[in-house]
Design a protein around this ligand. Structure first.
Ligand SMILES: Cc1cc2nc3c(=O)[nH]c(=O)nc-3n(C[C@H](O)[C@H](O)[C@H](O)COP(=O)(O)OP(=O)(O)OC[C@H]3O[C@@H](n4cnc5c(N)ncnc54)[C@H](O)[C@@H]3O)c2cc1C
Length: 634
């Protein structure tokens, strides 16, 4: 029944896409006239419709929509710009920020269009862990936890500190205060939420920190509800095809070495089989969240166009009034956006030039290829200011010979493992949050070669815990590429890693001593609830500290990987883009990794990127809606 409804929604969307077909014809005209070298001014002069006509179209939304369908060109207010199409809110991108904005805009009565640059929708969101850090979300009470905006603010202050306007008090407050609204809107429209009860904040001991409950995610989602459209998602291409919940992965990583892990693994198997038996294609994590959002987008009949990057915003004076979309064949479509343009275009993980310039490395990102910084560039071209460009959602990743890097999480936190620099010395608490590990690699590399560094594990580690890198790449290939190195003794391993055997031996001996006492005197590994999230409770006295005693020992190359970048356009509490003079650029909004993150240089909790992407997408769209209403009232 529900599948039929979704199919119907897909068909209706197709129908509404057809209705805009004449506008496409207009688009090719634009390209044709551009080819013919028609000067813009001449074209503009032609389209110089009186201001009153445009005001009317802004005042009456239904009239405006009718106009969009019927005519291919119209004039914008104040300026003589030739438009190929008109909408209220033009949303660039199709990840969490963009889909949230589109849904909120449509729910507020706006005529919305989503344009995605690549041939796949969903962005990094669709291949992510799918967690949203949402302090004070409405399910908190149900799980018997009390949270408050003041506690969450105190925690953000303690963990983020002062990083400038990207994480101003106004933005933090707007984020926290809007969470219940966003949660309820999406739930009302069909999102099925789950709480990751045991996923602690990443600094649970800081003021206002919590040891679990603030992170939520979508329940496993039946991808068949999207019909063929699912095949066009990043999740179909690169997501985890299992109904996994992020809140249970910590147990799955020790599925064959602990009872609780085994039980959780069995539950996952039954859930997967249950889905198959009932004819469902259940997916979890980011695929479930993006799929759920897309189902809502379809239900609301919001058209989505792939291979349609926003390449420029069009300004009328200081105000953004529309944007240009450049198709793969070079055709430019000018779309008027009466309420505004929302850039939910991700970050610049794969823009090597910027990675070198701002990060000093080419980048080893797990984000998909569409993360090219084009939306940030569009904002900069429109006069926007940027911040935090030198930062990213860092982590530790293992390179692979034939694919992208694999993000290493439980592997470095579980016992019987250490990370060492190229001289063979530890330099970080291996169990700390990924952003902190990434920062530590980059910082330590300034003094001692640490890119790459090495994760060294003993035999028990490999026997007991899931090692994602070895699910993604074959051990022989990794060995042939020098990414994985094996030896029976620590000294032999040191020789193979071109380290002084005495140094590595001393490092291991000292670490093994900490394992006996349970206290890591150098880096405090295992001291917090977060460290212990990925650990082995059977290992005593400290579940993160297991000695490296039993060979063969294996070493895996580690580079400063990332889940995407976190620097970008500066925005305010309404997701409005700020220019280099500190003023709002009217009509231009941005959210998600296109913006300088409200989380500053840190990662306060699981879902600290998708949470704000979703909330600021919503806030921007809601603000944009007031602009159209304002015009109507005027
Ligand atoms: C393996 C992995 C696991 C992760 N797990 C989590 C997690 O559990 N929780 C969490 O909070 N974060 C997680 N992250 C990070 C998180 O996925 C991203 O930070 C977040 O999804 C970014 O959302 P977004 O909407 O800003 O961008 P995206 O989801 O990347 O969407 C941006 C979209 O815009 C498109 N685009 C780019 N340029 C243009 C243009 N000019 N015009 C139109 N479209 C354009 C892109 O192709 C893309 O589809 C994870 C990341 C990875 C890689």
């Amino acid at each position: 029944m529900a599948e039929k409804a979704a199919q119907k929604a897909t068909d209706t969307t197709k129908a509404s896409a057809k209705a805009t077909a004449p506008a496409k014809a207009g688009a090719s005209k634009t390209a044709a006239s551009a080819k013919a070298g028609a000067p813009k001014t001449a074209a503009s002069a032609k389209a110089g419709a009186p201001k009153t006509a445009a005001s009317k179209s802004a005042a009456s939304k239904s009239a405006a929509s009718a106009k969009t369908a019927a005519s291919t060109k119209s004039a914008a207010s104040k300026a003589s710009i030739v438009w190929d199409e008109e909408v209220d809110l033009l949303v660039a991108g199709s990840g969490a920020a963009a889909m949230s904005a589109a849904i909120a805009g449509k729910d507020a009565g706006l005529d919305v269009l989503i344009v995605e640059s690549t041939d796949k929708w969903g962005g990094t969101t669709a291949i992510s862990g799918g967690g949203l850090w949402m302090p004070g979300h409405p399910l908190m009470e149900k799980i018997g936890k009390a949270d408050s905006i003041e506690d969450a603010l105190a925690y953000m202050e303690a963990s983020i500190g002062d990083v400038g306007p990207a994480s101003s008090i106004e933005r933090r407050r707007a984020y926290l205060e809007t969470i219940p609204e966003v949660f309820r809107l999406l739930e009302r429209l069909g999102m099925r939420w789950n709480v990751a009860k045991k996923y602690p904040d990443y600094y649970p001991d800081m003021p206002g920190g919590m040891a679990g409950g603030r992170s939520i995610e979508a329940k496993p989602y039946n991808a068949k509800r999207l019909g063929e459209w699912f095949q066009k998602s990043r999740a179909a291409e690169g997501g985890v095809p299992l109904p996994l919940l992020s809140g249970e992965t910590y147990l799955i990583t020790r599925a064959w070495s602990s009872f609780s892990g085994f039980v959780q693994g069995a539950k996952l198997v039954f859930r997967t089989l249950g889905g198959l038996i009932t004819g469902k294609k259940l997916i979890g994590l980011g695929g479930a969240y993006a799929g759920n959002l897309m189902e809502i987008v379809k239900k609301l009949e919001i058209p989505v166009r792939l291979e349609s990057p926003v390449t420029k915003v069009i300004k009328d004076g200081d105000e953004v009034v529309g944007a240009e979309i450049t198709a793969p064949d070079g055709t430019v479509t000018r779309i008027r956006a009466r309420a505004g343009v929302m850039l939910g275009t991700g970050g610049f993980a794969h823009k090597t030039e910027w990675r070198q310039k701002f990060h000093g490395i080419p980048g080893y990102s797990s984000a998909p290829q569409g993360d090219l910084g084009t939306g940030i560039q569009v904002g900069i071209d429109a006069g926007a200011d940027v911040a935090l460009m030198d930062d990213a959602w860092w982590g530790a990743s293992m390179p692979t010979p034939n694919g992208g890097p694999v993000f290493i999480l439980n592997e470095r936190s579980d016992p019987f493992s250490i990370m060492v620099d190229q001289e063979g010395r530890r330099f970080v608490n291996e169990s700390t949050s990924y952003v902190d590990v990434g920062h530590a690699i980059l910082e330590h590399n300034k003094h001692v070669p640490t890119i790459p560094c090495w994760l060294i594990v003993d035999r028990r580690h490999r026997r007991r815990y899931v090692f994602n890198g070895l699910l993604m790449a074959k051990a022989e290939d990794l060995k042939a590429a020098g990414i994985m190195v094996e030896a029976d003794t620590i000294e032999e391993l040191a020789v193979r890693l071109k380290m002084d055997p005495a140094v590595l031996r001393a490092t291991v001996d000292r670490f093994n001593g900490f394992c006996k006492t349970g206290v890591d005197e150098d880096f405090g590994r295992g001291n917090t609830e977060y460290d212990r999230y990925y650990s082995d409770p059977r290992v005593k006295p400290n579940p993160n500290l297991g000695p490296l005693e039993k060979g063969p020992f294996q070493a895996f190359q580690i580079v400063p990987g990332d889940l995407g970048t976190k620097g970008g356009l500066l925005t305010d509490e309404h997701a409005r883009v700020i220019d280099t003079k500190g003023k709002v650029i009217p009509g231009l909004y941005a959210a998600g990794n296109t913006t300088a993150s409200v989380m500053g240089r840190t990662y306060p909790g699981a879902g600290a990127t998708i949470g704000p992407a979703t909330v600021f997408g919503y806030l921007g769209a809601r603000h944009a809606a007031t602009r159209v209403k304002g015009a109507a009232q005027a």
